[in-house]
Write a protein that binds this ligand. Structure first.
Ligand SMILES: Nc1ncnc2c1ncn2[C@@H]1O[C@H](COP(=O)(O)OP(=O)(O)OP(=O)(O)O)[C@@H](O)[C@H]1O
Length: 733
């Protein structure tokens, strides 16, 4: 089985599927399986994995089993883990000596891990005696279908970033080469100090050699200073370009990409860029020179004596094996620590985000005690890790010291037997001491190489993701000139169906056929969850319809550039966002140079003058995360002003005035009615006052249009709209 690490927090399902597919000889890209699994911010469900598995030719069987049943089946399968994660069970082993069972698990968030029955039960069993497992049987289709792999982002992409710094890199190479030269000269000087200076009692020679040593020391210090400076300069500049290019690409991706990612996933990708930059600029170069220095030292040792070289190589090999053996032993503890840490982080996050409810319901003590228990568990695991680390490090040091003693013993024997000079003995000890650093540099290099590979895969996903804007897309046509004769200009939805997620998930919008005529105001009403916001997001091209089409003046939205569409739409979303900036910058987001006439007009329409004039810094006052707190109603008015400032052709408002008091709403309503003239307006609202003057009112129920018409016709029909306004739209009788 090829281990597939998850790239993001929610990727465990697709990663498990990819591992099981690799067991049957097919390597699918994580990106492809992620799309097939219909990932959301909550991760993927067992149903999502089963559907994706079916698509690549597996016959999935999800079942609830007892531990004994799972063991008797003895087949690799995907397990639901800790109620919030998926892992692959590779095999169950019976330890003959202890007669205990161990379980080999591939956890995409961590790696391979073998755990005992107790830990396994704790993580897998969800209802005391049973847990959930998904078995995947490959059908004939599985072998016929060609596995989809993504084009790898090659390291060449990153090497291109080094190009502008050719001169600095050349300087760095020269400096490192000189540094290696100095490192090689030092043992030679030491040998001569003893053999040509101390032994023949030649003080002049001693002084000369010590002066040379001092000069070399000053030289290597200067090299170190320049080297650090160049690495920092080049590294930082490359990092800036990498992160800025990465953000540019990221922001061109469609909304769907962001919907499946958490904040931490984006932070991780910024760190990935830094990791690759560090790998290229410092790790690789340093390792390259470590290899050169190490080889030169080995040649000198070989020149002095082959036996010494062999002893050195064997003992170094043993110390590396020891190091890796303990790394393997530590993996189970690291795994427990990793899970415990994430549990603690969730606890802390919950405490801070739910502090209001905690205080209201007096659960502070319970939550605090829970966190303390978890911290104690983490402490115990850390203690175990410390013990293991101590054994690991002591053993490693012991082997290293033994190496020094054995080599010195050998060299001393040669000196006593007259086969080696005293100077050569000192020089050999010096070399052995100096070789530790390049060896550990090589060991860490292989580990950071693995990390860099994973980072590369993660960045690859962003680089290879199709952008929202396609080259063949056109700007939004603003006239209905090219419309067929008899067709009204406006926004038209034909036979539109939409579902979030997998093909088995319910349709949120069904069979929608609608026209929003140019220059009119349409209101959309319906119970909560009936699909109003979703409809609006489809008009804004946040999602593609599952079936059917959205046309603006007869041009299918798939052919229209998303940024051009949004430039022409003034939108207030339910969860609109206020940037941490001044009020004027929050309103005039679309212009670099603010048009103050338009700004003050927008402020007037949104009835914000009084509020702004009451502030000492007026429109220059900072709001959002870094500034003054603003009320829900003020936030909505700012968002309305932002939409108005754009002077758009289309206006879409989703519950834009829901937090306003009656007086404010009335004024804004009057102002907006005037502003709406000649524009195409779509308003979602629950309040009767907002919808009753619309040219057309559309009633949505369970994702379908059940009624439409103006207020008086719909009221007289006494059907859906009537009962809605009776129940929800604050109207009695
Ligand atoms: N990102 C999403 N992923 C999956 N399902 C979603 C998503 N957003 C909304 N839904 C589901 O789609 C349905 C319609 O949601 P929508 O937000 O469009 O309703 P609404 O009519 O605007 O409701 P409200 O009046 O409460 O805002 C709901 O059942 C909701 O759970």
């Amino acid at each position: 089985m090829v281990f597939t690490p998850q790239h993001d927090q929610m990727d465990c399902g697709p990663a498990c599927l990819s591992m099981v597919a690799s067991l049957h000889g097919k390597k699918y890209s994580l990106q492809y399986l992620r799309e097939k699994c219909f990932l959301t911010k909550d991760g993927v469900s067992l149903l999502g994995i089963s559907e994706a598995a079916k698509k690549i030719g597996f016959n999935p069987i999800a079942t609830r089993l007892t531990l004994e049943e799972l063991v008797s089946l003895a087949e690799p399968c995907i397990l639901h883990w800790n109620q919030n994660h998926f892992v692959v069970l590779q095999k169950v082993k019976n330890q003959h000596v202890t007669n205990q069972r161990t379980f080999r698990i591939a956890d995409p968030g961590f790696g391979y891990i073998t755990i005992d029955e107790g830990s396994f039960k704790k993580s897998w069993l969800s209802e005391n005696t049973e847990g959930i497992a998904l078995y995947l049987d490959p059908t004939e289709q599985f072998y016929k279908v060609e596995a989809i792999q993504s084009d790898g982002l090659s390291i060449k992409y990153f090497l291109d970033y080094l190009k502008p710094y050719k001169r600095q890199i050349l300087q760095l190479l020269l400096l490192l080469l000189t540094g290696s030269g100095i490192a090689l000269l030092l043992p030679v000087l030491m040998k001569n100090l003893i053999d040509l200076g101390v032994s023949p009692k030649n003080m002049g020679m001693v002084k000369l050699i010590l002066m040379a040593q001092l000069a070399l020391f000053v030289g290597s210090l200067t090299i170190e200073i320049f080297r650090n400076w160049i690495v920092l300069y080049v590294g930082a500049r490359i990092n800036i370009s990498l992160v800025s290019d990465f953000m540019k690409k990221l922001l061109k991706l469609p909304m769907g990409f962001f919907e499946t990612k958490m904040m931490g996933d984006f932070n991780q990708r910024i760190q990935d860029n830094e990791r690759i930059e560090a790998f290229l600029t410092s790790q690789s170069l340093l390792t390259f020179f470590s290899v050169i220095t190490l080889s030169a030292f080995l040649v000198i040792l070989c020149y002095y004596d082959l036996t010494i070289l062999l002893v050195y190589a064997v003992l170094t090999g043993i110390s590396i094996i020891w190091f890796y053996y303990f790394l393997y032993k530590r993996s189970i503890l690291d795994y427990l620590r990793f899970r415990q840490r994430s549990e603690n982080q969730e606890n802390i996050y919950e405490i801070f985000s739910g502090v209001t409810e905690m205080k209201l319901n007096q659960v502070e003590d319970m939550k605090r005690k829970g966190l303390k228990q978890n911290l104690l568990k983490l402490f115990e695991i850390n203690l175990k890790i410390l013990k293991l680390e101590q054994v690991q490090l002591s053993g490693f040091e012991f082997i290293n010291q033994t190496k020094n003693i054995v080599v010195t013993f050998l060299a001393a024997t040669y000196v006593i037997n007259g086969n080696m000079s005293m100077g050569e003995l000192l020089s050999v000890s010096f070399i052995i001491g100096q070789m530790n650093a390049p060896v550990s540099q090589l060991v860490t290099f292989f580990r950071s190489f693995q990390d860099a590979k994973l980072s590369l895969e993660r960045l690859n996903e962003v680089q290879n993701h199709p952008e929202e804007e396609q080259v063949d897309q056109k700007p939004l046509g603003l006239t209905g000139k090219h419309l067929p004769i008899g067709e009204m200009p406006g926004v038209k939805l034909s036979d539109l169906f939409f579902q979030y997620g997998a093909s088995s998930s319910p349709f949120v919008l069904k069979e929608i056929n609608l026209l929003f005529p140019e220059g009119t105001t349409t209101a959309i009403v319906g119970a909560s969850g009936s699909g109003k916001t979703t409809l609006m997001k489809l008009l804004l091209k946040f999602y593609e319809p599952t079936h059917g089409e959205v046309c603006f003046n007869n041009v299918n939205l798939t052919m229209v550039s998303a940024s051009s569409l949004r430039r022409n739409c003034g939108v207030v979303m339910q969860d609109g966002f206020i940037f941490a900036d001044t009020i004027e910058r929050n309103i005039a987001t679309s212009d670099e140079l603010i048009d103050y006439t338009r700004l003050w007009n927008a402020i007037r329409i949104a009835n914000l003058q009084e509020f702004i004039e009451s502030l000492p810094l007026r429109e220059k006052t900072k709001v959002g995360a870094v500034g003054n707190g603003i009320s829900g109603g003020q936030k909505q008015r700012l968002l309305i002003a932002r939409a108005v400032y754009k002077n758009p052709r289309y206006i879409l408002l989703d519950e834009a005035t829901s937090a306003l008091d009656a007086a404010n709403e009335k004024i804004i309503h009057q102002n907006l009615t005037e502003f709406f003239l000649g524009r195409t307006v779509i308003v979602i609202a629950h309040r009767l006052s907002t919808v009753k003057n619309a040219d057309n009112i559309i009633v949505l129920k369970d994702g379908q249009v059940v009624e439409q018409g103006n207020h008086s016709t719909l009221v007289s029909k006494k059907a859906e709209y009537f009962s809605l306004i009776k129940n929800q739209l604050e109207l009695g009788n």
